[in-house]
Every structure is written in C-alpha cells, then in structure tokens.
Design a protein around this ligand. Structure first.
Ligand code: ADP
Ligand code: MG
Length: 242
C-alpha cells in the first residue's frame, strides 16, 4: 500500500445523526489534501477518525500502516506518526514555548532534555519563531501561538499532519503567517490533510481538493476544480460559503 492515508467506505454516526456516509479517499506520501465543505458536512469528524479521536462504525482507515479500525490499534504509536493541530492551540499557559514543545518528545519518545531542546530549536526555526523559545504563550499573538502549536506537533516527527481550520480563530493579517508555515511544510514534502475555509490557499497548496457535502465526498479533483465546479452543491458552496 503506497497511500499514507486511506479511508474506505467509512461510516460514522452520533446517535441517530449519520455524519459520515461511506467516505473513501486515499493520500499518497508527500501529497496535500484539502477538505472543504459547509459547516456540519463531516469534515472535522473525518479528520478526527483518522487519528482515532472518534471511533468509526464501519469501513476501514489505514494511516501510516496503522489499521485504525482494528481493535488492536496501538494508539501510542499511531499518535507518534500523526500530528493534529486544531483551531484552538491549547498551549500550556504556565510553560514557556520551549517547554511546551519539549514535553511530549521527553515523555513519549524518551528524548533527553538536551535532545528535546535541539528538536524545539529546529521546529521553532521551521515555523519562524527561533527567538521565542523562552516566551510564554500569553506574550505571543494568536498567529504565533498557532505556529508554536504546529512546532509542538512537528517535534514528534510525524509522518502525517492533520490541520482542522487552524486559522479560523485568527485575524486576517495573522492567518497569512500560519498559512505560510503550512505551505513550507508542503514544499518540504509533508503529507497533510487540511480542513480549511481558505479557498485560494487550498487551490494553490493542495494536490487534491475534497468537497464534502452531507457526510459524503461529493466532488474531488485538483485545485483547478474550484474554478470549474461540476455539481450544483459545490457551485452553491463556492458562491455562498459556510
Ligand atoms: P464540520 O467539521 O464539517 O463542520 P463536523 O464533523 O464537526 O462537521 O460535524 C458533523 C456533524 O456531526 C454535526 O451535525 C455535528 O453536530 C455532529 N457531531 C460532531 N461531533 C460530535 C460529537 N462528538 N457528538 C455528537 N455529535 C457530533
Ligand atoms: Mg469542523
């Protein structure tokens, strides 16, 4: 299997609310997929299922060789391979930027303090915040905090990164700096899934765009598909959003 991520006929309900109705797609190594769609279409649920934050009802999901649907899934190892970043950055306020980043490599990957500091230095450079290691989250802008959250995730050296609307809480001028970090990761060959409302960004950075509608993959194609929607639902979404 060459795909780093592969969903096959994934179904997921919350009570009587059927949220994913047979979702299938796969992502080859080094590719970027953007998932777009109206609020409530199941984008976040699909993403969370990929990291076993939600348990699927039926179908299969493979991520980095882990069979997510299997009862034998090793969550610790899965989460070493998969990084996830949310809209809310959830940094520990009482820890410095560096301490926020070194925590998991030391606790989970058993890195020494010196090794973890080196990793923090490298990942902070990656997100353009090399000078903020000793700062506390509250001293940073929202965009900078989100970049720290990305650095913290990268510190675990994941094979895949999942981003769920990571710029939605940010002012437009801070959105750009976070998107540029994601774009750099894409250029470096990171396999990524981006749930985003940034259509221009999705069209430019994603190899494939998936338009989800009512819990299904409604339309899929390259970035150019946004200029030439094939379904009335995508046309409507692009015209009116959310
Ligand atoms: P999107 O990210 O596209 O806005 P979501 O995947 O968050 O959509 O939500 C899809 C549907 O699933 C919504 O109706 C939402 O209320 C429901 N949902 C999501 N998470 C839960 C949950 N943990 N418990 C119950 N319902 C949920
Ligand atoms: Mg969502």
């Amino acid at each position: 299997m060459n795909a780093v991520v592969e969903l096959r006929d994934v179904h997921k309900s919350f009570g009587s609310n059927v949220v994913l109705k047979g979702v299938s797609f796969s992502i080859p190594k080094g590719q970027v997929v953007a998932i777009i769609g109206r609020s409530g279409s199941g984008k976040s649920t699909a993403l969370r299922c990929m990291n076993h934050l939600e348990v699927i009802d039926s179908g299969t999901i493979h991520v980095c060789g882990h069979a997510i649907h299997s009862p034998d899934i090793d969550l610790r190892r899965l989460r070493m391979d998969v990084g996830i970043v949310f809209q809310s950055y959830n940094l520990f306020p009482h820890l410095t930027v560096e301490e926020n980043i070194t925590l998991a490599p030391m606790a989970v990957k058993k890195k020494s303090a010196a090794q973890a500091r080196e990793i923090a230095e490298r990942t902070l450079r990656q997100v353009g915040l090399a000078d903020k290691a000793k700062a506390y989250p509250e001293q940073l802008s929202g965009g900078q905090q989100q970049r720290v959250a990305i650095a913290r995730s990268l510190a675990m050296e994941p094979q895949v990164m999942l981003f769920d609307e990571v710029t939605s809480a940010l002012d437009p001028q801070l959105t750009g700096e976070v998107l540029r970090v994601i774009e750099t990761l894409a250029a470096d060959g990171m396999t990524m899934v981006l749930v985003t409302h940034e259509m221009e960004f999705a069209a430019r950075v994603a190899d494939t765009i998936i338009f989800m509608h009512h819990g299904k993959v409604w339309e899929t194609g390259p970035g150019t598909m946004l200029r030439d929607p094939q379904t009335p639902e995508l046309r409507e979404f692009l015209a009116h959003g959310l």
